[in-house]
Design a protein around this ligand. Structure first.
Ligand SMILES: *Cc1c(COP(=O)(O)O)cnc(C)c1O
Ligand SMILES: [Zn+2]
Length: 398
């Protein structure tokens, strides 16, 4: 299939896959698929959901490195619908991907591209899930994996995954934004393939979330709500909807709504000023470590997605995030990590502010699994009670 990398700033098209940013102006790159030449060989019939169902819209030429990613469930959340007073609210639980987050959709494409380019090693900076996913796919592809993490600020489950899948994991005394700047330099000097979401091929895999939503629902929702950290996913999903529309497979595009934590809210702040550029937040802080990012690399793409789709950016507090996490788990049976619950917290904020109409059909993306961050869970829920091993003590404790 035909595609090129195109700079979103100066519009120049590149004829090599081996760029992360525009060599002329430093702008972000986007994969431009020649949609008029694509032979779409899938049907949006709700069957066989997985990333590679949509291979005819994915820019790889070789056999994919796959662990059966995608095909995540879309749950109707009746408790939340009732409480929020919204006609339909679905949750797409990306925490049920192979490594427990949506990052797998991007990694299956990104790691396949690493092999196509003849790379021997892949690298990333990570708030956790990128490293877990990259390590897993690198293991499958027999590539070396290098990970830079903000020391002490990554949920335990994610570090465990990266370590066990065999990555070299290095904690740095700095935040995610520092780690990303460093890994970009190191990757260039050591010829590692960089798999952060600045990598345009990773975002191609993530755009399949849009395809699956339409595929599963059989219609285009009015609104898609998701947490925003480095701002790749919202950009990717928007691109997916745009491509479906360009292909004539759908007519409308959902309002793309990005949710940030109050302590890490540069996209929200830019949105308030109708700005196209962000001002970085120096010391981002939030319980939702996956979105604890002060200088999101894809901010310009994300803001374009929000403005063009007539969506919004919203901020929520840590306590709203934790409350939403608990609600999802205890009322709907959906176990997510804190960052993921930001989408539900954002939904409630938008109901309060009157942004959402009662008769809307909404899809919230829950990005990562509950098991990722057991430490926060114990802080919120406390340890289980302990009693003597006899019936009376147990009955008393029931
Ligand atoms: C990576 C991640 C995010 C943020 O996604 P971006 O593409 O960086 O905006 C949100 N939630 C979870 C669980 C993540 O792993
Ligand atoms: Zn450019």
């Amino acid at each position: 299939m035909d595609y090129s990398l195109q700079c979103i700033e100066c519009g120049k098209e590149l004829n090599s896959d081996e760029h992360y940013v525009c060599p002329f102006c430093g702008g972000l790159l986007e994969v431009k698929i020649s949609l008029s030449e694509v032979e779409v060989n899938f049907r949006l019939d709700g069957n066989n959901l997985r990333v590679w169902k949509y291979a005819s819209l994915l820019p790889v030429k070789s056999e994919p490195v796959s662990l059966n990613e995608g095909g995540t469930p879309l749950y109707r959340t009746e408790y939340i619908e009732r409480e929020a007073g919204i006609k339909s609210v679905f949750v797409k639980h990306e925490g049920l991907n192979p490594s427990g987050s949506f990052k797998d959709r991007g990694m299956t494409v990104g790691v396949t591209k690493a092999l196509e380019l003849g790379k021997k090693a892949v690298a990333c900076a990570s708030t956790g899930n990128t490293s877990a996913s990259m390590a897993m796919y690198a293991a499958k592809a027999n590539l070396k994996a290098y990970v830079l993490l903000p020391a002490g600020k990554v949920a335990l489950g994610k570090v465990a995954q990266a370590l066990m899948h065999g990555a070299r994991v290095i904690g740095i005394k700095g935040n995610f934004d520092d780690a990303l700047a460093l890994v970009r330099k190191v990757s260039e000097e050591e010829n590692f393939y960089l798999l952060n979401s600045v990598n345009p091929f990773r975002l191609e895999g993530q755009k399949t979330i849009a395809f699956e939503i339409v595929d599963e629902l059989g219609y285009v929702p009015d609104r898609v709500i998701l947490p925003v950290g480095n701002a790749g996913n919202i950009s990717a999903i928007y691109k997916g909807f745009r491509e479906l529309r360009e292909l004539g497979l759908i007519e409308s595009i959902p309002k793309m709504c990005g949710i940030q934590a109050e302590g890490a809210n540069p996209v929200f702040r830019a949105f308030l000023k109708s700005g196209k550029d962000i001002e970085a937040v120096e010391n981002p802080e939030t319980v939702a470590t996956a979105i604890r990012i002060g200088n999101p690399v894809n901010a310009r793409k994300a803001l374009t997605a929000i403005y063009e789709s007539k969506g919004v950016a919203v901020q929520v507090s840590d306590s709203e995030i934790l409350e939403a996490q608990k609600k999802l788990a205890s009322e709907e049976g959906i176990g997510v990590e804190p960052a993921s619950a930001a989408s539900i917290a954002g939904l409630y904020r938008m109901v309060e502010s009157g942004e959402i109409e009662k008769d809307e059909r909404v899809v919230c993306i829950t990005t990562g699994n509950l098991l990722k961050d057991p430490e926060t869970v114990i802080k919120v829920c406390g340890e289980p009670v302990e009693v003597e091993a006899n019936i009376e003590s147990i009955k008393k404790a029931l």
